[in-house]
Write a protein that binds this ligand. Structure first.
Ligand code: PYR
Length: 555
């Protein structure tokens, strides 16, 4: 038995009531989604996720949910891993049938970086509901108006709609009064009225501190009738203290990542939280020994992704200055490095805060966080102060993302956009004030399917169409890669990322019951045309292929 059976018996409303009445602290494991998004650039491959799903199903049936889909995993799997995100979801569902599957949905931005027409969001949610039980829905500006379409779509499927309040600032700081306790309680009440079953505090940067958590959780639990689910990041090193304070204040559920995938920009440590609550009235009921075993698995897997690790070595209180989400931190550092700003990281961090203040102090989470990051990089690379940016005499080439956001394409922050900056960036264009999704004409799904099938040269499933609607170009390229190279998702992870060395032998199950054994014998010298001969054995048969040398090709 697991939580999924309970959900099926009780339905969404009944399940939410059960969550609120339950004395145990309920725990979501984020390892399969946010932990790798925040630690190793979202690169975890399906085979490494699916291989451990049944161990979760057998060993930790008391888990509230497995966060395993959505956020950045959707496009990264197609873009960089040549994998179908829908296949991953179906396999996790199949291997862990007794656990709730959970995804992160960016409201009107779906799993993308821009608002989509309402009918595209609805179509996507209906497809996702085939495999997802719990949808965590947020808006990057905390604009509930912009979440309604996705909340309604989830409620219609009968699945759990968890509306998230994105936490920013510090509710105890009088200088950040825009994000006061009253503000959060107001957003929470709007989410309850909008029909959500669960309320999430989504602390994407890890800014919530123990004292603030106590006050926020207590108030939200008193003022709102929904169960409360806390999500935080450990960038500051303080997140476990915040979780335990939230537990004392009556939080119903918390997110954590398995030990070896926790800490720093990821979630707090699952095994340690479980251990800290053992023998207390709010014991999670999870088995510490099973958690350790799972942690050993992820520890070995993580080593294979060393190339994607960040150089962050310790927790940092600088997060309270810049307020970058855990999932963005390492990405932005990489972007800064790409622009030659590697040694000026602390300036980028400061500029990130300055950019936030120029935008009127906004919530920073995908995609608004990306816009703030773009602005910060521009300011540092061009040595611009906030005064320079606002100077009417000075012409500034704003990044496109900044112009689009100030034009209203991501929606409206509380109080609107600062007029002076908006006027300067839009150069006389009129911004939109309403909900972008209401202005976008509905996509003709039949026509989109015909167009997509033409681009991809094959019949597309409904899931394929949903991928195409989110990411037309990425999906088309992904389809072409799979057609050319076959199911590369079956390759062992070190081979997929780093290739084989002479003497290496691997067995690949390309389809059930059909295994290829590949021995790489030797690789010849590069010839005059930039090719090499590769000598190998395939199921014992000697073969040679002539391939273009990648290094020769780039030089
Ligand atoms: C995402 O949207 O991907 C986050 O993790 C916030």
């Amino acid at each position: 038995d697991g939580t999924r059976q309970r959900f099926e018996e009780l339905g969404a409303k009944g399940f939410a009531e059960w969550m609120r009445a339950e004395e145990r602290v309920l725990v979501t494991d984020t390892t399969m989604r946010d932990a790798h998004q925040s630690l190793i650039a979202t690169r975890m491959r399906t085979r490494d996720i699916v291989a451990v799903a049944d161990a979760y199903a057998k060993g930790l049936p008391q888990l509230l949910s497995l966060e395993c889909w959505g956020g950045a995993t959707f496009d990264v799997s197609m873009r960089f891993l040549s994998e179908d995100p829908w296949e991953r979801l179906a396999l996790v569902r199949e291997r862990a049938p007794n656990l709730l599957t959970q995804m992160l949905l960016r409201g009107a931005n779906g799993v993308g970086y821009t608002n989509y027409p309402d009918n595209v969001v609805k179509y996507f949610v209906r497809r996702a509901a085939q495999g997802i039980d719990l949808f965590r829905i947020f808006d990057c500006l905390n604009w509930v108006e912009n979440m309604r379409v996705s909340i309604d779509a989830v409620v219609e499927t009968g699945k759990l709609a968890e509306g998230a309040i994105c936490y920013t600032g510090d509710i105890l700081d009088p200088d950040r009064a825009k994000y006061s306790l009253n503000y959060y309680v107001g957003v929470a009440k709007d989410l309850e009225k909008a029909g959500c079953h669960i309320l999430a505090i989504k602390d994407m940067a890890g800014l919530l501190q123990p004292a603030g958590a106590r006050i926020l959780v207590k108030a939200l639990r008193e003022e709102v009738g929904l169960p409360l689910h806390l999500h935080t990041h450990d960038t500051s090193g303080l997140s476990a203290a915040t979780v335990l304070a939230a537990v004392d204040a009556g939080i119903d559920a918390v997110d954590a990542a398995i030990d070896s995938m926790s800490g720093m920009t990821s979630q707090p440590c699952l095994g340690s939280i479980v251990s800290a609550l053992r023998h207390s009235p709010r014991d999670t009921g999870l088995d510490p020994e099973i958690i350790r075993q799972l942690s050993f698995y992820w520890e070995a897997v993580r080593l294979q992704y060393a190339a994607f690790e960040s150089d962050l070595k310790a927790g940092t209180s600088e997060v309270y200055l810049h307020e970058m989400p855990g999932g963005q931190f390492t990405n932005l550092r990489e972007q800064a490095r790409g622009l030659g700003l590697e040694t000026r990281w602390h300036e980028v961090a400061k500029a990130y805060r300055a950019a936030n203040d120029l935008f009127g102090d906004i919530v920073k989470v995908t995609p608004s966080s990306k816009v703030v990051g773009d602005m910060a990089l521009m300011m540092v690379s061009q040595n611009l102060t906030p005064q320079d940016v606002l100077d009417p005499e000075r012409d500034i080439a704003f990044p496109t993302s900044v112009v689009d956001m100030l034009a209203g394409d991501l929606g409206q922050p509380p109080g609107g956009w600062p007029p002076a900056l908006q006027a300067k960036a839009l150069k006389g264009e009129k911004p939109i004030e309403g909900r972008p999704g209401a202005l976008l004409p509905p996509t003709d799904l039949g026509a989109a399917r015909i167009e997509a099938e033409k681009h991809c040269g094959r019949h597309l499933s409904d899931d394929d169409l949903a991928s195409y609607l989110m990411y037309p170009k990425v999906f088309t390229e992904f389809s072409a890669t799979v057609r050319r190279f076959g199911p590369v998702s079956t390759l062992p992870t070190p081979v997929f990322f780093y290739g084989m060395q002479p003497g290496d032998e691997i067995a690949i199950e390309i389809e059930p019951g059909k295994t290829l054994v590949l021995l790489l014998v030797t690789i010849g010298e590069v010839d005059e045309e930039g090719h090499k001969k590769v000598f190998f054995e395939l199921n014992g048969q000697q073969r040679i292929v002539r391939v273009k040398d990648r290094l020769a090709a780039v030089t």
